[in-house]
Design a protein around this ligand. Structure first.
Ligand code: CUA
Length: 321
């Protein structure tokens, strides 16, 4: 039976016709869970509808004198039809949670790529400064971490073959991680309605070998890396007046070695220095004031720095180990 074959895992892992090709280990796990849920639903459906049809036939009225007997209830049966589905739902949940947990993990050696959504295209910015519109090139078998934001409205970044999807929201960073185990071209979609040409907001992901990737990243390379651009804005935009990059405090905290550290604030709270924290500190400096420094000293840079510039500054801070 062909349809049964389509539901089997091997057929799906190979692409089959039922699911998009699975290009990551996670995608295989998603397929397994998906077929388990599908089969559990299919079997429940057969039991339920089959039972209903059987009872309709078995207990149909045969003569005009047929009377419905008095039926109260059956505690054991009622317990079973509540408990068995509960067990299945808990299995769906635990299994799904375990896969989700793996999905959100991002190793430290991941290749970081910045992704911008805008009406109506995707833009990919690499640490080398290379910018690519609608063509997203990554090396095979290398963990990739996407740091994503939007330049206008909410979009959603979706690569079916990687089984990953995440909203791309203006004003904050979201992230996604994956490791492609297959070479080839994969389709990227926007899956959040974002205006007239939403359905045309497509991009191609190309998974290539490491040497091919290095060749591509060096092609037509010109200008500065992201962190070099950040250093330029650090000086041009006046950050240098209040922040040092050698570890000594000035009017504001130093930028040296702060990445991924925990900052304690004057209000007693604390946070890890990551993309969203740095972004907030640039655009809304009084939201979190580091202990030992004064609130109200730093002006906001809202409207003075665009997304590309904020991004470059973040990469500059990351580079100050
Ligand atoms: Cu962007 Cu839909």
């Amino acid at each position: 039976m062909k349809w049964m074959f389509l539901l089997s895992n091997n057929a799906m892992a190979d692409g089959g016709t039922f699911m998009p090709p699975a290009a990551t280990e996670i995608a295989g796990q998603v397929n397994n869970l998906y077929s388990f849920i599908l089969w559990a639903s299919f079997i429940s459906c057969v039991i339920l509808i089959g039972g209903m049809v059987y009872f309709v036939w078995k207990y149909k009225r045969r003569t005009n004198n047929d009377k419905t007997p008095y039926i109260s209830h059956n505690t054991f049966l009622e317990f079973l039809w509540s408990f068995i589905p509960l067990v299945f739902f808990l299995v769906f949940f635990a299994w799904g949670w375990a896969i989700y947990h793996d999905m959100r993990k991002s190793p430290d050696n991941a290749l970081e790529v910045h992704v911008f959504g805008r009406q109506w295209s995707w833009e990919f910015v690499y640490k080398s400064g290379k910018t690519s519109g609608n063509e997203f090139v990554v090396p095979v078998n290398k963990p990739v971490k996407l740091i994503m934001t939007s330049k206008d409205v909410i979009h959603s970044f979706y690569i079916p073959s990687m089984r990953i999807k995440q909203d791309v929201v203006p004003g904050r960073y979201t992230s996604l991680s994956f490791t492609s185990e297959k070479l080839g071209d994969f389709q990227i979609f926007c899956t959040e309605y974002c205006g007239t040409t939403h359905s045309g907001m497509l991009a191609k992901m190309k998974v290539v070998t490491q040497p091919e990737y290095e060749k591509w990243i060096q092609e037509n390379e010109e200008g500065l890396t992201l962190s070099q651009k950040g250093e330029k804005y650090f000086k041009d935009k006046g950050c240098v007046a209040c922040h040092s990059v050698d570890g000594s405090p000035k009017v504001g905290p130093t930028w040296k070695g702060i990445w991924a550290q925990v900052h304690a604030f004057v209000d007693g709270s604390s946070a890890t220095v990551d993309e969203n924290y740095v972004r907030e500190s640039i655009l809304n400096p009084n939201a979190k004031v580091v202990k030992g420094f004064n609130a109200g000293v730093m002006p906001t840079y809202q409207g003075q720095l665009n997304e590309d510039q904020v991004n470059a500054l973040i990469e500059y801070i990351k580079s100050l180990k």
